[in-house]
Design a protein around this ligand. Structure first.
Ligand code: SAM
Length: 263
């Protein structure tokens, strides 16, 4: 098959379309997801169906959410199984509570996410973490590195701290640019996200407020960057050294501080 012709016809840059053509990577992704017949699988951005078509016979409930009407129509013609529900919409408008209610199950999400708006998609899904069983997403390696980063690294920041609050995160495989058409400039990583079963109850708006103050001036000591919220004395009382900088504060310390904000 001439992949270049197949994908050239379908390619729309505005939707971050980069199509997977490497059959070994597709096989690896299916093996990593390891779908069971009765589970509810949701693919975000099935595109030309490169991964999807390997899944259709494996599961009973399959939802496909695709923004591009041309691709969604082609998929409808190509995949005529009655277990498939193709939803042509922006995933940012998808209510995952409704999908979960339809099969009375938690959802297993996966997708080779569009590079241009991965973060908004991941943030949208945060609202639905209670109905998510797990998620396997292919992301730009640079973004994946930020999500899994730990303190004292330059990648560590708001995204790491927020995502690690909601999920246990496991990086699985790195994928070369040559596995896609068109060939992107960057490597990709497939990551597994498993919602945390325990809940340190924090208010996300408050966490974001602290993280914005701390990381917008990440080289400042927190006694200065967080002074609107905490005095140096408060920080000492909470066992946090006020002379540390944003990237030296652990994730648990940020959660702890979030619960101490009085606003
Ligand atoms: N899954 C296919 C593959 O691996 O070859 C395509 C992956 S491509 C990186 C991203 C796909 O997501 C495209 O099909 C694109 O049209 C779709 N997409 C982009 N933005 C979207 C959005 N906001 N909601 C739903 N689908 C979207």
């Amino acid at each position: 098959m001439n992949y270049n012709n197949l994908y050239k016809k379908n390619f729309k840059r505005k939707f971050g379309q980069v199509f997977l053509k490497d059959v070994n990577v597709i096989k690896d992704i299916i093996n990593l997801i390891c779908p069971k017949t009765n589970q509810t699988i949701v693919e975000i951005g099935p595109g030309t169906g490169a991964i999807t078509k390997k899944l259709v016979n494996l599961v009973k409930y399959l939802f496909l959410i695709e923004i591009d009407i041309d691709l969604a129509t082609k998929l409808t013609n190509k995949l005529s199984h009655n277990n498939i529900n193709i939803i042509c919409q922006n995933v940012i408008n998808t209510n995952f509570f409704i999908l979960s209610r339809q099969t009375n199950q938690k959802l297993r999400l996966f997708g080779n996410l569009p590079y241009n708006n991965c973060i908004s998609i991941i943030f949208h899904i945060l609202k639905y973490v209670s109905v998510i069983h797990d998620m396997h997403f292919m992301l730009q390696k640079e973004l994946a590195d930020r999500i899994i980063a730990t303190p004292h690294s330059k990648e560590y920041g708001k995204l790491s701290i927020i995502m690690q609050y909601y999920y246990n995160i496991i990086p699985l495989i790195t994928v070369s640019p040559t596995s896609f058409y068109p060939i992107p400039k960057v490597y990709s990583t497939v990551i597994k996200f498993i919602p945390r079963t325990y809940k340190v109850n924090i208010n996300l708006d408050k966490l974001i407020l602290i993280l914005n103050l701390a990381f917008n001036q990440r080289r400042k000591k927190i006694r200065n960057s967080l002074k609107k919220l905490f005095s140096a004395k408060d920080l000492v009382k909470y066992n946090i050294n006020p002379s540390l900088r944003a990237d030296e504060i652990t994730i648990d310390q940020y959660y702890y501080l979030t619960n101490k904000i009085n606003i």
